[in-house]
Design a protein around this ligand. Sequence first.
Ligand SMILES: Cc1cc2nc3c(=O)[nH]c(=O)nc-3n(C[C@H](O)[C@H](O)[C@H](O)COP(=O)(O)OP(=O)(O)OC[C@H]3O[C@@H](n4cnc5c(N)ncnc54)[C@H](O)[C@@H]3O)c2cc1C
Length: 291
Amino acid sequence: MKPAPFTYHDPRSKSEVLDLISTLENTKLLAGGQSLMPMLNFRFLMPDHLIDLNQVKDLDFIRFSGNQLNIGAMTRQRSLEFSKDISQQCPILTKALSFVGHRQTRNRGTLGGSLCHFDPSAELVNISSLLNAKLKIVSKSGARDVAMEDFGQGYLTTQIQDGELLSDITFEVPTAKHGFAFDEFARRHGDYAIVACSALILLGSHGAIAQAAFSISGMTHRPLRLRDLEASLIGEMPTQSVLKAFAANVSKLDAMEDSYVNSTYRKHLAKIMSYRVLKAACSSAQEKNHG
Ligand SMILES: Cc1cc2nc3c(=O)[nH]c(=O)nc-3n(C[C@H](O)[C@H](O)[C@H](O)COP(=O)(O)OP(=O)(O)OC[C@H]3O[C@@H](n4cnc5c(N)ncnc54)[C@H](O)[C@@H]3O)c2cc1C
């Protein structure tokens, strides 16, 4: 099937995009097209106007400032994957990117497109939650910052309204002493995860957990930060029993079902993957403490 007819627009700057989306009706923004093009071809979406962001250079950048990493929405996943600065200063992002689709999809796919598509299992959605990302949403009438945890409104649905554009995303970069881990269970490498987990762990001088962050996706329409469970780790030694107890609690979360995976199996995966990822993050933190 081919897309329903639309008028194509090719703006060159963010302000041109904002002019277009504030005046035209039934518009759709085209980023890497890796999710949008199939949806147009299946006619799940039938916009009257397609606004191509691919020549909008002021949406494509990677900037570090102190402990903040600011990335333009149109930055390709491949540029992030190959950024030396990111692999040195925020290696968990590089790690997660290696699970996103395939080289071909990462060549075109963008950070902003992945977040706006908001697949519940998307790796970049998971990591944005872990790194307390703030999303800058702009329109003709101004800008607002939205925390990743508030961005999702439902399955494949975000806070972005007609006339708005995701301009850039700011991540909190963990300190170099943080141990980190990301892992997922998918039917094949390159598929969306069924369940994905990510964790950051900082150990104190005596080896007890001083800071913990944990994000799980695939259980519901959005990634979950388990802040109460994270807090329960503080002050504990990272022993097998502590990590197993954490994982047992993760498996008590509600889990959605789809035509491939029922909720019992998702909960089972949540338990296995959360233990595995937490253990790996603790080992990584121990290596950094001794290094
Ligand atoms: C074979 C295949 C395998 C894949 N596997 C995975 C996988 O394992 N994990 C994974 O996470 N993804 C996977 N993907 C999806 C891929 O990561 C896409 O890159 C991503 O979902 C969408 O990014 P995009 O830049 O292509 O956005 P597009 O497809 O162009 O756009 C997606 C949506 O976001 C909107 N949008 C885009 N940019 C903006 C913006 N700046 N402001 C507001 N709205 C915007 C669009 O209007 C559209 O609704 C796969 C894709 C394919 C084809």
